[in-house]
Design a protein around this ligand. Structure first.
Ligand code: GYE
Length: 338
């Protein structure tokens, strides 16, 4: 009797182990499959706008290198490909993964209230980088770091006033072709505001057309090419980033219109990435207004401050300048990080 019972017991155990193994294989519920989390690393989910420009690539590189494992971070990077819906998805994913911090480079200022409320309810601090957000409740984010885009625009305008004064054209008509960045992005809103304010106070200045170049070279090229085919004359191109300036330059070349320091059309460009500075040194772009993308270490430092219980400033603006061909040299361009 006892022998038979023992046999039945062993058979049952055997069956159970087989069942457990099948279950593990089917549902991946084995201990081995549970991802190991390094509890010492600070887990950061970063939702990046996209890869639309050289500026953006330099920004991504800076974030990835500053939020590296060797610096104590585990970075979960998401590229939203210039779509806000993708950013919503990424943030909800980060919440599900219970990250320690969410870093958001928002495509546009509006639309964040709901998803950031969800992050707040989950107790995850949110840091905003680059462009700003417009939310009803400021407590939906902890801190922001980026550029003063209005100051950048005003820097460009002051340069333009100086340039046309030197040419003795201060009170003459000035026809401006405006190439805008992504609608509703702080960089677009503020750089546009600087130009609009200037047009209001200079009676001779007119914006002959506004093109929505979405910060990409390809889009700006197409739009400027189509615009130029109308034959309407222009004196200035105010381009809200360097990549759109590259597109505009291609269209000007094809149309046989001269530009830059010695040409018919002045080019004002924002960002000051390496390839644009080279064109500026050659005299093909008149002015590159600097916009610093190296926010990685700044974001890392904000997180470190929060980790040690400090309250970092709500808003941090980085210092910037501008470049015209007179102040540039090959060495200076090579020394820069982007
Ligand atoms: O000027 C442009 C990029 O938000 C400052 O976005 C950023 C802008 C930058 O795609 O090149």
């Amino acid at each position: 009797m006892r022998k038979a019972a023992g046999k039945r017991f062993r058979l049952l155990c055997c069956l159970c182990s087989v069942l457990i193994l099948v279950c593990q294989a089917l549902y991946g519920c084995g201990e081995k499959d549970v991802p190991v989390r390094d509890e010492k690393l600070i887990r950061v989910g970063f939702s990046q706008v996209g890869s639309e420009s050289d500026w953006r690539m330099a920004n991504t590189a800076s974030m990835i290198s500053a939020l590296s494992e060797s610096s104590g971070f585990e970075l979960i990077f998401d590229n939203a490909k210039q779509r806000q819906e993708n950013q919503f998805l990424a943030i909800r994913n980060f919440i599900q993964q219970d990250v320690d911090y969410i870093v958001l480079a928002p495509i546009a200022e509006s639309g964040w209230d709901d998803v950031l409320q969800e992050a707040k309810n989950a107790g995850i601090p949110v840091i905003i980088v680059d462009r700003q957000i417009d939310v009803g409740d400021e407590s939906l984010y902890t801190s922001w770091v980026g550029s003063n885009f209005l100051a950048e625009g005003e820097r460009a305008i002051r340069w333009l006033e100086g340039a046309i004064q030197q040419q003795g054209r201060l009170n003459q008509p000035l026809r401006i072709l405006h190439i805008q960045g992504t609608d509703g992005a702080t960089a677009q809103i503020q750089r546009t505001k600087a130009l609009n304010d200037a047009v209001r106070t200079h009676p001779g200045w007119t914006v002959v057309s506004r093109l929505k170049g979405e910060y990409t070279e390809a889009k700006a090229y197409e739009l400027v090419r189509d615009f130029l085919s109308s034959g309407e004359p222009i004196d200035v191109i105010y381009s809200e980033n360097d990549n759109m300036s590259f597109g505009a330059i291609r269209a000007l070349d094809e149309a046989g219109i001269s530009y830059g320091r010695d040409g018919d059309v002045m080019i004002i460009s924002f960002d000051a990435v390496r390839d644009a500075l080279k064109l500026c040194l050659e005299g093909k772009i008149n002015i590159c207004v600097e916009c610093n993308p190296l926010h990685g270490p700044r974001v890392a430092s904000l997180i470190t401050q929060l980790e040690s219980g400090e309250t970092p400033p709500k808003l941090t603006y980085v210092d910037e300048t501008f470049f015209s061909s007179g102040v540039l040299s090959e060495e200076l361009i090579e020394e820069r990080e982007y």
